[in-house]
Structures are given as structure tokens and as C-alpha cells.
Ligand binder design. Structure first.
Ligand SMILES: [Zn+2]
Length: 147
């Protein structure tokens, strides 16, 4: 189980290397993704709170990256965080996500990025439920739910 100290360590020093990497030009991403997906995954935009696909969805299954199809989260780790975005307590695997410090918008946050394609997913915060205490606050547009 990942804890906040692990996330800070990854962001500070080094992230686990993924089994595979997907690299595309910005033009290829633009062709593959919808405009909304492109803005979030490639340009680090944030979708509006509550008015997004998975905020209130608690269907079983798993969530894959909308950019490369990698498994990111299991629905069993999704919980109601009252943030307006889909929230998870743990990733599907330790190496699924990479972490980096994000000092934009006059905040110090840790950004969550798909470890395979480098797509922006959202941010991680240390105010999630026990035992792990993590809250992955993720854009719906970065995800696809599969049964
Ligand atoms: Zn990806």
C-alpha cells in the first residue's frame, strides 16, 4: 500500500520505471484524443467539478488511461470525497502512476501522471481515508471505465 511518504519520495527522487512506454507526437495525440481529453492529458487542464462523467459513478470495474489504455485504478478503491472529481485511495499498481511536484496556481501540489504515456491525470493529496490516507483527485476525461 502506498502512503504519503512514498508519494513524496517518488516526486522528489525517482519514480518506478513502467513496463512499457507510449510516446507520440503532439499531432498524433491531437488526432487520437477528443479536444477535452487533449486539453487535460496533454495540456494539464482541469475539467469542471461535478459536471464530469465519473464523479458520482460507482459502477464496478476498473479505470484505464484515456491516452494509452493502461490500468490505473480499480473501482474498489474509488470513494466519495466531496471534491467534485472522481477520487481513489490507491492506484491499481505501484508503478501505474508517476509523481511530480506542481507549483502552479500558487499551490504546492503533487501531480499524478500516467507512467506509460505521460498524460496528466490530476493530483494526489494526503487527506484520503485510512489506512493509506491518500486521495487521488482525477479528471474523468483522463479515464475510461471498463467492466
Ligand atoms: Zn497513459
Amino acid at each position: 500500500m502506498l502512503r504519503w511518504k512514498d508519494i513524496v519520495y517518488y516526486a522528489k527522487y525517482s519514480n518506478p520505471e513502467p513496463d512499457r512506454k507510449v510516446e507520440k507526437t503532439e499531432e498524433e495525440w491531437r488526432q487520437q484524443l477528443t479536444p477535452a481529453q487533449y486539453r487535460i492529458l496533454r495540456e494539464k487542464a482541469t475539467e469542471p467539478p461535478y459536471r464530469n462523467t465519473y464523479c458520482r459513478s460507482y459502477e464496478p470495474g476498473s479505470y484505464t488511461c484515456a491516452g494509452c489504455g493502461s490500468l490505473l485504478f480499480n473501482a474498489t478503491e474509488k470513494y466519495h470525497a466531496i471534491s467534485g472529481w472522481p477520487s481513489f485511495t490507491q492506484p491499481a499498481a505501484r508503478g501505474a502512476i508517476r509523481y511530480t511536484f506542481d507549483d502552479s496556481h500558487r499551490m504546492q501540489r503533487i501531480e499524478a501522471i500516467c507512467n506509460v504515456c505521460g498524460g496528466h491525470l490530476g493530483h494526489v493529496f494526503p487527506d484520503g481515508p485510512e489506512p493509506g490516507g491518500l486521495r487521488y483527485c482525477i479528471n474523468s476525461e483522463s479515464l475510461n471505465r471498463i467492466a
